[in-house]
Design a protein around this ligand. Structure first.
Ligand SMILES: C[S@@+](CC[C@H](N)C(=O)[O-])C[C@H]1O[C@@H](n2cnc3c(N)ncnc32)[C@H](O)[C@@H]1O
Length: 457
């Protein structure tokens, strides 16, 4: 156990020994594990206990006594306030070490698999301004003042005014400042989450990183945008890079930046992005990878592991807008994509047509139900790709997937813990997993993606 002392002002002195998988620092106090906000391994800190449970404590670092060599000054002025970029005070190579360790730990501890080689993590070429999508919230505080910005760290019902975020682009920051002024000058009301009244809800900005196209999506409560033509004129006059403006109305209580009614105020209503030599159309409410340049690297890494062959028949499960299946389609005989969300399937079909891809078919269905039908029709897919949400694969999906006995299953995951759980089941069903590759898509966050191929027998 690492030593600690209780100081007179109820701060305790701790030595940080590790970083937990969600990014919290770890120390020990009177035989209990302490999860710390702030603190890096090797540092001695003064911390305040915020929760004292029978088996563990939670604490917040109040002062660092000895600093880690990998600690750096955070570049963002909002670092202490903002809920994003929790690791900006850890140098990038250090972030990568902990992300890879998270993958190793999950596979060994959760999956119980000790023979899987975890290759070096693939870093992101860009560590700032890599996102193609940001959602800024309008918010009225207790005093009646309105804010347009991002969530406070640890306070999901508080928003602070963002002056400069380093994740999307300088245009995005200028747009936020512009909208703050426009809404105030034109006395447009702002939505109050608890009272469920007021108009402006979200400002969403989407950018094609490889096409330089910009979408502004304004999400409001019900009702036409007041003097929309005036807004469009002012906005496009100030920002010629804007190629489309969309208005989404969301009158529901769920505070989400999507709309039930959509109206295109300017341009085609979508932007385009180029990945792997193909063009993808992105609409206001459709899913697209948020770090597109790194997504291209993730897919390339996955295809290199898979070693696709022109005779392959491939299933792309949880296909979203079809990006993976479409990119694979030129290398294989045929592809079947499966996805639950209708809008994503619509976009996938649109993207297939846009790129003249004729050997791909998309189905809107729950993966586990689709697999049940596939089981009985005896179609021979020799490769199945799965890219599920964070929750991982449904047990029935695993059982039906493995009973099809594809030669290879490529798993792309955004959650090492559920990947490891599912990997153990796939191995039990007779598949083997020689190696995985972690890929960093989101510098300064604790998230890590990984991919690996399971072989039959
Ligand atoms: C991580 S995203 C994958 C996106 C896509 N592969 C890509 O790279 O753009 C997971 C997708 O699974 C879909 N999904 C979630 N549960 C599903 C289910 N039970 N059946 C089919 N699709 C599902 C989600 O709507 C989402 O589009």
């Amino acid at each position: 156990m690492k030593a600690l002392e209780m100081t007179s002002d109820k701060l305790i002195e701790l030595e940080v020994i590790d970083l937990a998988n969600e990014g919290k620092a770890v120390a020990q106090f009177e035989g209990k594990v302490v999860f710390l906000k702030g603190g890096l391994p090797g540092e001695r800190v003064l911390a305040e206990i915020t929760k004292n449970k029978s088996r563990y404590c939670e604490a917040t670092v109040r002062r660092i006594i000895t600093r880690s060599k990998v600690r750096i000054p955070p570049r963002c002025r909002h670092f202490d306030t903002c809920g994003g970029c929790t690791w900006q005070d850890l140098e990038y190579p250090g972030q990568l070490v902990f992300k890879r360790k998270h993958v190793v730990d999950s596979i060994e501890r959760i999956g119980g698999l000790d023979k899987v080689e975890v290759l070096p993590i693939v870093p992101s070429n860009e560590v700032f301004f890599y996102r193609n999508k940001m959602e800024f919230s309008f918010h009225v505080d207790e005093s009646g003042d309105f804010k347009l910005g991002l969530h406070h760290r640890g306070k999901y019902d508080e928003i602070f005014n963002v002056e400069q975020c380093l994740l999307q682009s300088p245009t995005s920051n200028n747009l936020v400042a512009w909208f703050r002024r426009y809404v105030a000058e034109n006395k447009i009301t702002v939505y109050h989450v608890k009272k469920h009244g007021g108009y402006m809800r979200f400002l969403m900005i989407r950018e094609g990183k490889n096409t330089a196209q910009t979408m502004v999506n304004i999400v409001t409560n019900y009702g036409e945008f007041p003097e929309a033509a005036k807004l469009v004129g002012a906005l496009t006059g100030e920002f010629p890079e804007i190629t489309t403006i969309v208005h989404n109305q969301n009158g529901g209580k769920a505070n989400v930046a999507s709309g039930e009614i959509e109206k295109v105020l300017h341009g085609p209503g979508y932007i385009e992005e180029r990945i792997g030599g193909m063009v993808f159309r992105i609409r206001a409410n459709s899913f697209f990878q948020t770090n597109p340049r790194q997504a291209e690297i993730l897919y390339k890494t996955a295809f290199e592991l898979l070693k696709l062959d022109p005779g392959d028949r491939l299933m792309d499960l949880y296909c979203g807008t079809g990006t993976i299946g479409l990119l694979a389609s030129r290398k294989v005989a045929e592809v079947t994509g499966v996805e639950l969300v209708g809008e994503a399937i619509h976009a996938a079909r649109e993207n297939a047509a846009l790129n003249n891809i004729n050997n791909i078919i998309f189905y809107q269905e729950d993966v586990k139900d689709f697999l049940l039908k596939t089981e009985s029709d005896g179609k021979g897919f020799n490769i199945i790709i799965v890219d599920p949400p964070r929750a991982g694969l449904h047990p029935k999906a695993i059982q039906r997937l493995t009973s099809l006995r594809p030669e290879k299953i490529l798993y792309i995951s955004c959650n090492p813990a559920t990947f490891a759980r599912d990997a153990a089941e796939l191995v039990k069903a007779g598949y083997n997993l020689p190696k995985v590759v972690p890929v960093d898509m989101f510098p300064h966050t604790t998230h890590v993606e990984l991919t690996g191929v399971f072989y039959n027998g």
